[in-house]
Design a protein around this ligand. Structure first.
Ligand code: G1P
Length: 909
């Protein structure tokens, strides 16, 4: 029988026997002080603060089975041999695929991993827990060695952590030369490495970091001596899997030794231990990095001394565990307990992406840290459901990345409000970027009722890039700073509403020859990146149409709630509100209008604001939305020979329609359908047809559901790199979780509950089917053609999955700040007591929502009946109405006591 993992707690803790026997498994362990690690079942992986500060050598997924320099902990057992407690020894590798191999198991929860390894030969077992303490920039390996035999064991322990200590860029760029910069010292409890410079041929800079590997035994005793250099540790002809220093139990060097210009290793040689049967010895090994060259030594000593004894380390571990478990303040209860527990991991993943961005795990071997624009906004969706405090601030900061031409900086640094135009210094515009801020802001306002956020005035990002990436502002100088200025030279500030309008209105005018919004650098699908001249994304034209419509609704609500009739807007953008039919119908006129606007503000804005009537604004937005929708409906519906229909979503760089029936076969893309359904371009009948076509052409049960596209059978150089990928991989026809979840979301929204649930369920079943997915719990970025989960953990799919389960499946969503309940659970999802439950927070209250479906009704047949809040009948107006939703007033929730969980029991009738 194949191994698989089992959940052992409701907070996501799971265990996987034999984890080290699977390839490519990695686990994220990180903290709030900057440490980001990846650990494998054999303690491979890496550890870093950022792109330029890698403590351990950076790894891609291929390195997980190639590299020998993993974290290691050795037990030298006299003439018997030397046992690697992490499984990284030549001896253990020689035993692979035989019955003599060590037994091993991984147990893990949020931000911690424990590996247990037992050796029959040496009668020892090791339990190694990896975690990052809350308060310090270090990764801790807490090692416990136990005598499992019935004779005493005498052994000498050595921790061996190779220290890379430099930028990831130096992996293949002067790897050797950068080792010459290393200055290595041994101190009382470990090995410190302080490179003299940060190597960069564009301008070398003094280095500020000191890397360290320090340790104590459980009583707080430091190592006896040290092996600080790789050369001396592995010995001539040796390697990390058979290091001479360990094999021969050589004497190390004392504290106070110094070396220069060589590769470093934190080799901590502890004193010999004798363990009686059943006895355990503990060791705390700390791997970290601190700034400030001069004082590093002392800082490190005082910092590491806080984990001197086993008791101190264990207390830090418990604090860390509680901290991360509390961060996920939602939980789910349905008939399927495994699903509920799986959802804990899905809910934790957006937190991981906040920390790791889209880089720094073994599959994510691109990017240099920071967070991509669209990912940042979408991750906010989940973060705002879990912890709305602080989100307002985050939104305001992020909006400052918008340029006056409606485009935006694409990377946001780890400090809020720090922007980078493009990480690869290429001028690019992703045409979908303007869509996401509104989606997130809308959810924020719905969840909080905070309409005033629309009025907040914030600056615009400014750099040389102008005219939506088509021009350069020759008058701009770097020293002018990164904020847009007005004619008087002052930093110009516009409202959040104005930022939103600019993003969506400029897109409206940036059309290609078929009247849809131009694809530019790409849309959501980064791999549609080869149709910059003539490509169009109908898919995202839908999304903009949806935004314009919903923005109009939001403005109407704003007027109603605030009593205001007008809003102040930058006079320069009035031109974008133009509204005549000849303009809409003419591609050329729209392009010209856009150019007029972007040219006018190429360097500065007038800075003058004028009041605009909200009624006029609403009308203009609605009209634009209606035009786009009508245009797509009229021109983009395609059918196959049997009459199955769906929407075309793209035009290629030759201006040709991409989807439909071609000589190479049927071409259909999921993204095109998702936004047509979500933005209501598709009528109800069309939604049903789209589902039929998607089932026929895209659905693959063995891969986790809806694939991203059919096989185009062509390397389509006029559309994007995705067509160079093998079919079934990543953006070319894999089951790409993010879009599959958004399809589910769109279907739920349109009331296609069975269909939406099926899409979500297929992803869940595939994820937890370890036999093929080969990933720990959670949703991966995609499933490849073998059904294997790829790019695990860091994916926008998690945010959307969680959002969909809470706001659609459980139907608990904000509506202008009030709590709307509109369950869309299928009968089979209720437990044996016919209940389905959700713990979540809303309006600052922690709530326990219970749906009771006593009459075993199916979705569509039930509606909310009586409602009890903390056992008390709540008399809501409309209770007798035949509606599928109820709305609980925010004020009503606010009246409840804080700091306790309140039960909302909804009887479905
Ligand atoms: C990743 C990227 C995302 C991009 C997508 C498709 O998706 O992070 O920006 O839109 O690939 O190219 P994710 O797995 O985060 O959903």
């Amino acid at each position: 029988m194949q191994n698989t993992y089992q959940f052992i707690s409701d907070k996501g803790v799971f265990s996987l026997p034999g984890a080290a026997d699977y390839s490519d498994l990695y686990f994220p362990v990180a903290g709030e002080c900057g440490i980001k690690s990846a650990v494998t079942p054999t303690l491979g992986g890496d550890c870093k603060l950022d792109q330029n500060t890698f403590l351990l050598e950076p790894v891609s997924v291929e390195n997980l089975h190639n590299n020998r320099n993993a974290r290691n902990f050795w037990c030298h057992i006299g003439t018997h041999g030397s046992w690697s407690a992490t499984g990284n020894s030549a001896e253990e590798i020689a035993k692979k695929f035989t019955d003599l191999a060590d037994e091993n198991e991984v147990t893990a929860g949020f931000m911690w991993q424990t590996v247990t390894r037992t050796s029959r030969k040496y009668q020892l077992s090791a339990q190694i827990t990896s975690f990052v303490p809350l308060d310090d920039p270090m990764e801790i390996m807490y090692v416990e060695i136990t005598n499992t035999g019935n004779m005493q064991v005498r052994f000498t322990p050595t921790a061996a952590i190779p220290v890379y200590g430099r930028s990831a860029d130096n992996l293949r760029d002067h790897r050797h030369v950068t080792s010459l910069l290393h200055r290595i010292r041994t101190v009382e409890n470990g090995v410190l490495v302080t490179p003299t410079m940060s190597f960069d041929e564009r301008g070398h800079r003094p280095n500020e970091m000191t890397y360290f590997v320090c340790g104590y035994d459980q009583t707080g005793e430091a190592p006896e001596d040290f092996y600080p250099t790789v050369q001396d540790f592995i010995g001539e002809g040796g390697n990390f899997e058979r290091p001479k220093a360990v094999v021969k139990n050589l004497a190390g060097v004392p504290a106070g030794s110094a070396y220069a210009g060589c590769e470093a290793v934190g080799g901590l040689h502890f004193k010999e231990r004798i363990l009686a049967p059943g006895e355990t010895a503990g060791y705390t090994i700390m791997i970290g990095a601190v700034r400030k060259t001069e004082y590093a030594g002392e800082t490190i000593l005082s910092m590491t001394a806080a984990y001197r004894t086993a008791a101190q380390t264990k207390a830090a571990y418990e604090r860390m565990k509680t901290y991360w478990e509390q961060k996920v303040n939602v939980s789910y209860h349905t008939k399927d307990r495994q699903f509920d527990r799986y959802m804990q991991w899905v809910s934790f993943q957006p937190i991981l992406r906040r920390i790791y961005g889209c880089s720094f795990l073994p599959h994510h071997d691109y990017g240099k840290g920071g967070r991509g624009w669209r990912d940042l906004w979408q991750d906010c969706l989940a973060l705002l459901l879990m912890n709305p405090d602080g989100v307002r601030e985050m939104l305001l900061n992020n909006f400052q990345g918008v340029r006056i031409d409606g485009t935006n900086a694409t990377i946001i640094g780890s400090k809020e409000g720090t922007f980078i135009a493009d990480r690869n210094q290429i001028t690019r515009v992703w045409m979908d970027h303007g869509v996401w801020p509104f989606v997130t802001t809308k959810l924020y306002i719905d969840q909080t009722g905070d309409l005033a956020v629309l009025e907040e005035e914030i600056p615009y990002f400014k750099d040389q890039q102008a005219g939506r990436g088509t021009k350069k502002d020759a008058a701009w100088k770097a020293q002018d700073g990164c904020w847009q200025r007005d004619a008087a030279g002052n930093v110009y500030r516009g409202s959040v509403l104005e930022h939103l309008l600019l993003q969506n209105l400029t897109a409206f005018y940036e059309v290609g020859e078929h009247g849809h919004i131009r694809l530019r650098g790409a849309d959501w699908n980064d791999a549609l990146d080869m149709a910059g001249e003539r490509g169009e994304s109908v898919a995202f034209t839908n999304a903009y149409a949806g935004n314009l419509r919903e923005l109009a609704e939001l403005l109407a609500l704003y007027a109603e709630k605030t009593g205001k009739e007008s809003v102040p807007l930058n006079r320069d953008l009035f031109v974008l509100l133009a509204d005549d039919d000849t303009l809409y119908a003419s591609v050329q006129k729209k392009q010209e209008l856009l150019t007029r606007y972007t040219d006018a503000c190429i360097h500065e804005v007038s800075g003058q604001k004028t009041e605009v009537s909200i009624t006029e604004l609403v009308r203009s937005l609605q009209k634009k939305a209606a035009f786009l929708t009508g245009h797509i409906r009229a021109t983009e519906w395609v059918t196959d020979e049997e009459g199955n229909g769906w929407f075309n979503g793209y035009y290629d760089n030759h201006g040709r329609c991409v989807e439909g029936v071609f000589a190479q076969g049927v071409r259909m893309m999921l993204t095109s359908q998702v936004f047509a359904v979500m933005a209501q371009t598709a009528t109800d009948e069309q939604v049903a047809e789209i589902v039929r076509s998607a089932d026929k052409y895209l659905y693959c049960d063995a891969m986790g559901g809806y694939r991203l596209n059919t096989d185009f059978g062509e390397v389509k150089m006029d559309l994007g790199r995705m067509f160079g990928f093998a079919y079934g991989e990543k953006e070319n026809g894999a089951v790409f979780s993010h879009m599959a979840v958004m399809f589910a979301n769109a279907l739920y929204k349109r009331g296609f509950v069975k269909e939406g649930h099926r899409a979500l369920d297929a992803l869940y079943r595939q994820s937890v089917h370890f036999e093929t997915s080969r990933i720990y719990p959670g949703i991966p970025e995609y499933f490849n053609s073998r059904g294997k989960g790829m790019y695990h953990y860091l994916t926008g799919a998690a945010s959307w999955y969680m959002l969909t389960v809470i706001t659609e499946m459980f139907g608990a969503k904000g509506c202008a700040g009030n709590l709307m309940l509109e369950p869309k659970l299928e009968r089979q999802q209720f437990d044996l007591d016919e209940r389905a439950e959700l713990f979540f927070s809303f309006a600052g209250q922690s709530l326990h929502l219970v749906y009771e479906n006593k009459e075993h009704k199916e979705y569509g047949a039930y509606r909310p009946g009586t409602i009890r809040i903390d056992g008390e009948l709540w008399d809501y107006s409309g209770g007798e109405k035949e509606t599928r939703s109820v709305c609980i007033d925010r004020e009503r929730l606010k009246q409840l006591d804080f700091d306790v969980t309140h039960e909302i029991l909804v009887e479905l009738v």
